[in-house]
Ligand binder design. Structure first.
Ligand code: MTE
Length: 313
């Protein structure tokens, strides 16, 4: 399995050449900004300062060809910016993100509304290359920049009643004009079981490649859960709540027969409209077989021991 999990990775570890060059350029620029002293979280200002400061190489990487940044940023789903694959990039400027705050509430000892800067301060950013698989049958390999969601949740101290984590996207039709149409019930919502949320593979991302998240990819903060279908990776988060009951999620609410709560990549569970056994890696001609848990089974299958994953899909 071309997948490595090794916290001892050194900076000289294998990196595709183009990216290596790019990273050198980026690290030089990042060194100019004092580590951590990013001027607030105005994405343009952060980028102008030379990018995200102090990003370290992550404990997880993947020896697969990266999907070109052009594809990652121009082909995607963000229904609040239109339902066409290329709409989000076109309407991206509407999503003004500065200032931005996130409400952390529900079953936590220390609920509150936190500015994005304060939310990020104690969390060192790292780069992680993940395989992503969309339920619609396409996939990409993306170098994310982020930090484990579990580190953040620990900071707010879940109470013993907190069994799930619910996420919400910004609800503001001015900044997310697609919300003027009831394609889904807004705001976009997603959820994880607490053990899934605490799993070290689950991250909150603030960047991809060497840049702050482009608006269309979920600026300023989005979830990334690589063993689940892409719709779980909720974008532009403003609220994270710990709950006792399984939370409502947008796609499950919209079409429960098609989109389950768990949404683990599973070639054995057919989707009525999309191919699940194979996938088209963006940029490739031949289809690939889709792997259970998107290839992360060794790390996460244990979370579902004893569960019938054809019923809990
Ligand atoms: N988050 C919000 N708020 N709105 C969306 O429409 N689409 C999801 C997910 N997160 C979506 C969302 C789906 S279906 C996919 S495949 C991924 O975002 C795509 O993310 P990407 O464009 O960054 O690859």
């Amino acid at each position: 399995m071309p997948f490595r999990w090794n916290p001892e990775l050194g900076p000289e570890d294998v990196t595709p050449e183009a990216m290596f060059q790019e990273r050198r350029r980026f690290l030089r620029a990042a060194a100019v900004a004092t580590a951590g002293a990013v001027l607030g979280w105005d994405p343009d200002a952060v980028q102008a300062e030379g990018g995200l400061a102090g990003v370290r190489k992550g404990a997880v990487t993947l020896d697969e060809k990266l999907t070109p940044v052009r594809e990652v940023t121009s082909y995607g789903n963000f229904y609040e910016l239109g339902t066409g694959k290329e709409d989000p990039a076109k309407l991206a400027d509407r999503l003004v993100t500065y200032p931005w705050s996130v409400r952390i509430d529900g079953e936590v000892e220390q609920p509150g509304v936190v500015s994005l800067e304060d939310l990020l301060k104690p969390h060192p950013l790292e780069e992680r290359v993940y395989r992503m698989r969309c339920v619609e049958g396409w996939s990409m390999v993306i170098p994310w920049i982020g930090f484990p969601l579990g580190d953040l949740l620990k900071r707010f101290v879940p109470t013993p009643k907190g069994r799930y984590v619910a996420f919400e996207t910004l609800h503001d039709p001015q900044r997310l004009p697609g919300q003027a149409r009831e394609v889904l019930r807004w705001p976009y919502r997603e959820g994880l079981r607490l053990d899934e949320a605490m799993h070290p593979l689950t991250i909150l991302a603030v960047g991809l490649y060497d840049r702050v998240l482009p608006n269309q990819n979920g600026v300023p903060l989005r979830l990334v859960v690589p063993w689940k279908y892409g719709f779980k990776s909720i974008k532009s988060i403003v609220r994270i709540s710990l709950t006792e009951q399984q939370p409502v999620t947008s796609w499950n609410q919209h079409a429960p027969d098609e989109y389950g709560f768990f949404a683990n990549v599973n070639p054995e569970v057919p989707h009525p409209r999309w191919e699940q056994r194979q996938e088209r890696r963006i940029g490739e001609w031949l289809r690939r077989d889709t792997l259970p848990f998107n290839g992360y089974g060794e790390q996460v299958a244990g979370l579902y021991a004893g569960m019938d994953l054809t019923r809990f899909f």
